[in-house]
Design a binder for this molecule. Sequence first.
Ligand code: DX5
Ligand code: ZN
Length: 227
Amino acid sequence: MPLMEPIIAPSILAADFSRLGEEVSNVLRAGADMIHFDVMDNHYVPNLSVGPLVLQSLRKAGMNDPVDVHLMVKPVDRLVEEFLTSQPTYISVHPEATEHLHRTLAMIRAGDAKAGLVLNPATPLEVLEEVLDSIDLVLIMSVNPGFGGQSFIPSSLTKLARVKSIIDQADHEIRLQIDGGIKPSNIGAAAAAGADTFVAGTAIFASPDYAATISEMRQQITLATQV
Ligand code: DX5
Ligand code: ZN
């Protein structure tokens, strides 16, 4: 597979929700490639965030940029259908949150989105091999899902490398995304371990200069991956 251009996807969870539209356009103007949309239901994870109406509003307001929807909800299928109406680039689901993972992934692709499989820190990799043909992205959680601002779990690096060697066997492009506690000081290590798509909430939205932080992240990725 050819080398994939790195994607930086700020998580809206860390944005100022009273000015969400403005925050999204500011972070895109600052160089973000994609918006990471964290959806939580106070059931699959112990927190509540935003639903499909919020993405629909952003689209109505003219936001046409790529969005990846990270669904931390159980059951998940009905919300997959709802989000498919807002032209997401990716929808990612946790295997623990659906009774029929293969069907859920097929539903995402049938709705013209790319399908992502999310692996929690304690989720074994077995399921990945079973659905390799049905996915376009693997999201490795480097924190337990539910909250922004947590610390990166170091063993995620080994997991990234193990997943990278599996997805490299696929005969189509599968992106490798990392989510949780990503900041300029550890993004290089994630890139070196094989990640090509990087979610960062707090590190970007709590920084005084979004553009400077995103550009520092890009530099660290380049430094860590140049041969
Ligand atoms: C956690 C979410 C993450 C998180 C990222 O459940 O999936 O996207 O909000 O936020 P930071 O970068 O602050 O860890
Ligand atoms: Zn997320």
